[in-house]
Design a protein around this ligand. Structure first.
Ligand code: AMP
Length: 315
């Protein structure tokens, strides 16, 4: 089943302790769609300027990502510059130029109308809601957001949360959104705002899913919290896009399955973690462009083994 994603397609300039890259292909929708494309077909809704050339387009084409919903307009693509010299856990934003993104009014092609799986990447919540409402047949909707929208556009964001099945956020965003520093109480408060599940990402420490009791008619409370580890890596080259790649692996796996069940959600959390771990190994989308499903599944197995506990083995 195809996923439709709406979000940024951008150029990023990135500085990390491993070096610097100027104007590499980035954006939340880019990382998400590349990661998800290893699991299921992906359709993009985004806007780019005339600096988006055949070279960038071919990155999407080589993963068979549908660009019918990619609007091309005069001007420059969204541009973001960030550096991680102080901390690999959080980017310091050096520059954000909205460019063509400033007037982005997502248009959904008629060929996307049958969308069942919708990912609302980190954009203005007013636009997220508009896209959600233009795809009424979407049966599973996941969304992302960031500090800026939580702090300065809270009312619009709250309207979107009521329409989400799964919200993906990081620890800092969960604290900001809920006003709670305890992670479990924070997640509970976020669930009370509308989403049926919240996946809280802990960067290099993995991610935790908190489910509302109505999601799968879960009988016992233990089924309502599940944690996936992150793979311990000896070098992180560039953390940019790890969250969006996590989302792509998570939602891509869910969309590839015949049914959405608790077991599928658990495996999806592991696939999210796997895709995030690949992304940070190289700058930008370099690593995501050259993966194979076999390499992904090998890492999925390694991640399972990382926390496997055998009660019957004596060795
Ligand atoms: P992540 O590291 O997963 O949070 O996502 C990084 C990507 O988000 C980069 O490729 C940026 O181009 C993109 N990005 C940064 N700021 C924004 C923003 N305000 N709106 C949309 N996308 C953004």
């Amino acid at each position: 089943m195809s996923i439709t994603v709406v979000g940024s397609v951008a150029f990023d300039s990135i500085t990390t302790p491993a070096g610097r890259r100027e104007r590499c292909l980035g954006g939340a929708a880019t990382y998400f769609s590349l990661a998800a494309s290893y699991f299921t077909p992906v359709r993009v809704v985004a806007v780019v300027g005339d600096d988006f050339t055949h070279a960038e387009e071919s990155v999407f084409q080589s993963r068979q990502i549908d660009l019918t919903g990619l609007e091309r307009t005069q001007g420059k693509c969204f541009f973001w510059a960030g550096n991680y010299l102080n901390s690999l856990s959080e980017a310091k934003t050096e520059q954000t130029d909205l460019n063509v993104f400033a007037d982005f009014n997502p248009r959904i092609p008629s060929s996307y109308q049958d969308t069942r799986f919708l990912f609302l990447a980190n954009i203005d919540p007013v636009l997220q809601l508009r896209v959600r409402q233009s795809l009424p047949d979407a049966k599973l909707v996941c969304g992302d957001t960031m500090n800026y929208w939580i702090n300065d556009h809270r009312d619009a964001l709250l309207k979107v949360l009521a329409h989400l099945d799964v919200l993906l956020i990081n620890d800092t965003e969960a604290r900001l959104l809920s006003g709670e520093s305890n992670p479990v109480r924070a997640a509970r408060k976020v669930l009370a705002l509308g989403p049926k599940a919240v996946v809280v990402k802990h960067g290099e420490y993995g991610a935790t899913a908190y489910l509302s009791s109505g999601l799968f008619d879960a009988a016992d409370a233990d089924a309502l919290v599940f944690r996936a580890p992150a793979l311990p890596l000896d070098e992180v080259v560039d953390p940019t896009g790890a969250g969006d790649s996590f989302a792509g692996g998570f939602f891509g796996y869910i969309a590839s399955q015949p049914e959405f069940t608790p077991a599928v959600l658990r495996r999806a959390l592991f696939y999210g973690s796997v895709m995030g771990s690949f992304t940070v190994e190289r700058f930008g989308t370099e690593r995501l462009q050259q993966l194979t499903r076999d390499a992904i599944d090998a890492r999925f197995t390694a991640l399972r083994q990382l926390t496997h506990l055998d009660l019957h083995s004596h060795s």
